[in-house]
Design a protein around this ligand. Structure first.
Ligand SMILES: C[S+](C)CC[C@H](N)C(=O)O
Ligand SMILES: N[C@@H](CCS)C(=O)O
Ligand SMILES: [Zn+2]
Length: 345
């Protein structure tokens, strides 16, 4: 789709208007691959399926489209040139796999729309079938995702990692994703201010002409995971004209309310929220462990509250499923039941 001269903020506000004021983002991508039987205990994590099972990558996008997603996020979170090369692939093969992640999501959208047209599934406006708007967001996981040690949940990259080294790390993949047919870039699970600054400078230097969102992770509801202030991080996103939305992902639901209020203090850009289930990630075993304390399983019921304090795009991250997304969609658009049982997660 591309910006074609449209301001990023206008592009997203038009999209939100077409969706009915709010948009539904998809849910845990890797989680759904695991539910389809994939073992992701690998340095490439979900990106390994771009090599071994692209048909499942397409299947997962279709699962989320069937559940009501308006934004599907590509399998490129942990797909990096450096990561693929470490597996013995050539640079060219790595670059092809990265663009392929976007092509597969676009194919899924086409399949979904063709099916809807055939079955007249989408809503009717004045007797005409209207397609549900669907954007393909190309995922850029943080440098910590590539490290494959869970450091997107700490943001501690050590002193050798600088603004320039982060820009060099991300540059080529960003160029590929921005020219691969995606509608926007989703910078996900950003753990610190340095990486947000690196992304903002790269967007400017590379003249990236599709909009982006910046989405941070937090483990206390006050700061991002590194301890940097969420307001400082969101301000970087606010100052970058190519950033069309700012928010939080892969963070326990109980922290989201306060984070939205903090983000709102420093930006009027739309807020995107896609929390995880509230469980804790064990990076060594690459598995999730149930946390004690607050029951986060019913977080879908919070979505209406997050909407009321100013968020606009809602989905789920790790350990959420198409059922979570179906329930979010129902709540946002006031369809039937407002409750979600644990079984729905
Ligand atoms: C958002 S985390 C669950 C992604 C996986 C992590 N980068 C790892 O490789 O262990
Ligand atoms: N888009 C990625 C984010 C991981 S935190 C996924 O859903 O697997
Ligand atoms: Zn996640």
């Amino acid at each position: 789709m591309g910006l074609e001269g449209v301001e990023p903020s206008v592009f997203v506000s038009d999209f939100l208007a077409k969706c009915g004021g709010y948009a539904v983002v998809d849910g845990g991508f890797a989680t759904e691959l695991e539910r389809h039987g994939q073992d992701l205990n690998d340095p490439l994590w979900s990106a390994k399926c771009l090599i071994s099972s692209p048909h499942l990558v397409r299947r997962v996008h279709l699962d989320y489209l069937d559940a009501g997603a308006n934004v599907i996020i590509t399998a490129s979170y942990q797909a990096t040139i450096q990561g693929f090369e470490a597996k013995g692939l050539s640079t060219e093969e790595a670059e092809t796999l990265i663009s392929r992640s976007v092509e597969i999501a676009c194919e899924a959208r086409q399949i979904y729309h063709d099916k809807c047209t055939k079955d007249s599934w989408d809503f009717l406006v004045d007797g005409n079938i209207t397609r549900r708007p669907v954007l393909v967001a190309a995922s850029v996981g943080s440098y910590g995702a590539y490290l494959a040690d869970g450091s997107e949940y700490t943001g501690n990259y050590g002193d050798s990692v600088t603004l320039e080294s982060l820009k060099d790390f991300h540059r080529r993949r960003l160029q590929i994703l921005a020219t691969s047919g995606a509608d926007l870039i989703a910078f996900e699970t950003i753990p610190n201010k340095l990486e947000a600054q690196a992304y903002a400078e790269l967007l400017e230097e590379e003249g990236i002409d599709i909009p982006s969102w910046f989405s941070f992770t937090s483990k206390d509801g006050i700061n991002v995971v590194s301890g940097d202030s969420i307001c400082d991080c969101a301000s970087i996103a606010d100052s970058c004209k190519q950033v069309a939305a700012v928010g939080i992902n892969c963070t326990p639901p109980r922290f989201i309310h306060g984070l939205i209020l903090s983000i709102r203090k420093v930006t009027n850009k739309p807020v995107v929220i896609y929390p995880n289930s509230g469980e804790t990630y064990d990076a060594e075993r690459k598995t999730w462990v149930k946390s004690t304390g607050v029951a986060d399983e019913d977080f879908v019921s919070y979505a209406a509250k997050w909407r009321d304090i100013g968020a606009s795009l809602f989905g789920g991250c790790c350990r959420t499923t198409p059922n979570t997304i179906r329930a979010i969609s129902r709540i946002l658009f006031d369809k039937s039941s407002l409750t979600l049982s644990k079984a729905d997660m």
